[in-house]
Write a protein that binds this ligand. Sequence first.
Ligand SMILES: C[S@@+](CC[C@H](N)C(=O)[O-])C[C@H]1O[C@@H](n2cnc3c(N)ncnc32)[C@H](O)[C@@H]1O
Length: 264
Amino acid sequence: MSQLPKTPRSPAECLSAELLQEVVLGRTTRDLDLDFRLAQTLSGSIWRTIDGGHKWMHYFDIYDREFSRLRGTRPKVLEIGVYQGASLKLWHKFFGEGTMIVGVDIDPSCAKHTDPDRRIFVETGSQADPDFLARVLGTYGKFDLIIDDGSHVVSHQIASFNHLFLDGLKDGGIYWIEDLEGNYWEQGHRDMEPTTVDLFKYLVDLQHAVYRGTNYQDFHLTGPTRRDEFKVPRLATLVDRITFQRGVIIVDKAVQSPPLGVHI
Ligand SMILES: C[S@@+](CC[C@H](N)C(=O)[O-])C[C@H]1O[C@@H](n2cnc3c(N)ncnc32)[C@H](O)[C@@H]1O
C-alpha cells in the first residue's frame, strides 16, 4: 500500500502537471459579435438597451441562470453600487413590474436615480458602515436578493456580508458579490487578508462543519450512537449553496434551518 504523504501538500501540488501546464489566453473580443452574444440572454438583451454601465460579458449568462427564479415574483432587491443607475434599470426590467429595488451608494449624487413610481429607491452611505446598513434594513426590511457591486474593496465586501447576510436576506434568498478581480491585485482593493475569496472558501468548510469529529453512526437513524445534537456555527445552518464563478461569488441562504442530520 502506498504511504500517505506525511507533510501537508498545497492544493496545487495535488494536481497533475498537465492540468497545471501554462496556456496562453488570447484576446476574445476582436471578432466577437457582442450584440449577438448579448441577445442570447435576457439580462444581456436588456443591458444592450441601457446606457451608463459596464459589465463583464460572461455575467449575463450567470444572471439569467441564478436570478430567473425571482422573475415575476415582485422580489425585493438590494444593490450596493449605483453609479449611473444602469443596473437599477436592468433589474427593474429583468424582474418585472412590482419589483422593489433599493440601491445604496456612498456618492450622494446617485440619489437622483430614485424613482418611486418604479419602486426604485437610493440611499446614501457606505457599504462598510454597519449603522447605515442597519438603517436601510430598518426602513425596507429583508431582501430576496442582495447584490454587492460597490467599492470592490475586500474589507468592504466582507463587512457588508457580515452585516447583511443574517439580518438582511430572507431565507431562500440570494447573496451575490461581483467583480472579485481586486482580490488578486496587490494594491488598492486587496486591503486585507484573508481576502473575500479566501473567506468564502472557508465558508465551504463551515458548510460542512457538522461532519467535523463525527462518523456515519452519529447520523444513522438506527445507529447505536446516533446523536441528537450537533454543535455548529450558526452560519453553517444558513448556507445552502456556495457558487464560485470567475469574478463572482453566490451564496444561497438555506430555507430549512437547522438542516436535518439524518443519514438513512
Ligand atoms: C461599479 S459601480 C456600480 C455599478 C452599477 N451597479 C451598475 O452596474 O450600473 C460602483 C459604485 O460603488 C460606489 N461605492 C464606492 N465605494 C462605496 C462604499 N464604500 N459604499 C457604497 N458604495 C460605494 C461608487 O460610488 C460607485 O457608484
